[in-house]
Design a protein around this ligand. Structure first.
Ligand code: 13P
Ligand code: SF4
Length: 308
């Protein structure tokens, strides 16, 4: 459990947020104390939806760069701030727009579905974006016989292929945190805690074991909802460990164990309460997307936000 930040910092964040008409959005993988000062905590889809509908003038994005870019595309008149520019994403870094254009040339009939973990320039090359919570539905929204180029996460892509039985070409990308959650981790934890319900994020490298053993495969917020509704009292959680804070906070009488304790995203953890305060004071770092890229990315993102 994270140590609570000094109350004066929290009070100053709240005061400044009000003065600037700012909303603080935090991803489920953020540090516990950052989640606790946020107005909304959620998965990629929920935070995008929030950015799109918010009436705030300023959005402080406690997440990673591509998420702040998505918010900037959806809310072009708002000031979108990322408290640390080093909050990147190893998965988003596996694909650039030029590579995607070359891929499209090799498959001219295919539709491109880009996972939200991509740069705005890559999203601008896509027909639709998706998150882990709606990837299956987004792919199914294309005609049945349409080939799909799915990028950049190959595990999520495999999962979608399994579920939809569609012809899907996969980009060979993965997230270093989820890649390191292996079949061996799942097998060992299932053996040690046979009574626990297993929840798995579809980005995980343990996908083949997950498809065999998992009780529930979903996005981070899907897991949060499921843990609340499930009659079970103990859970094994295969994803980044920041989510354990939300799960435990919302279900104090239940037990949550990480499948891999080392599954921590250093990019997500770049954001601290102190940096959130600094961000509100200095109105930095402002994330913007060039209008031509934003206009193209917006079509693909709108399709994602509308599909749930
Ligand atoms: P979701 O919260 O949408 O499940 O995404 C997970 C993730 O890896 C974001 O970086
Ligand atoms: Fe990117 Fe993986 Fe970190 Fe998510 S957990 S932000 S996919 S590096």
């Amino acid at each position: 459990m994270a140590t609570a930040p000094p109350t004066d910092i929290v009070a100053e964040i709240k005061r400044l947020a009000k003065e600037r008409n700012a909303v603080i959005l935090a991803h489920n993988y953020q540090r516990g104390d950052v989640q606790d000062i946020a107005d909304v905590v959620g998965d990629s889809l929920a935070l995008s939806q929030e950015a799109a509908k918010s009436s705030a003038d300023v959005i402080v994005f406690c997440g990673v760069h591509f998420m702040a870019e998505t918010a900037a595309v959806l809310a072009p008149t708002k000031t979108v701030l990322l408290p640390d520019l080093e909050a990147g994403c190893s998965l988003a870094a596996t694909a650039d727009a030029e590579q995607v254009r070359a891929w499209k040339v090799r498959h001219p009939q295919a539709a491109v579905v880009a996972y939200v973990n991509t740069t705005a320039a890559v999203k601008a090359e896509a027909d639709a974006c998706c998150t882990s919570s709606n990837a299956v539905k987004v792919v199914e929204s294309f005609p049945k016989d349409q080939e799909i180029l799915f990028l950049p996460d190959m595990y999520l892509g495999q999962f979608v292929r399994e579920k939809t039985k569609r012809k899907i070409h996969l980009w060979p990308g993965s997230c270093h945190v989820h890649y390191a959650i292996t079949d061996a981790d799942i097998e060992a934890q299932k053996k040690a805690h046979p009574q626990a319900e297993l929840m798995v994020h579809p980005e995980c490298g343990c996908l083949s074991s997950a498809l065999k053993h998992a009780d529930f495969i979903a996005s981070t917020s899907g897991m949060v909802r499921h843990a609340k509704e499930s009659p079970r009292t103990s859970f094994l959680v295969a994803t980044e460990t920041g989510i354990l804070h939300t799960l435990q906070k919302q279900n104090p009488s239940k037990t949550f164990l990480p499948v891999a304790r080392a599954a921590e995203c250093e990019f997500m953890k770049k954001i601290t309460v102190e940096k959130v305060l600094w961000s509100l004071q200095s109105l930095k770092h402002r994330i913007t997307v060039p209008p031509d890229v934003a206009a193209k990315a917006r079509r693909a993102i709108d399709r994602m936000v509308a599909t749930f």
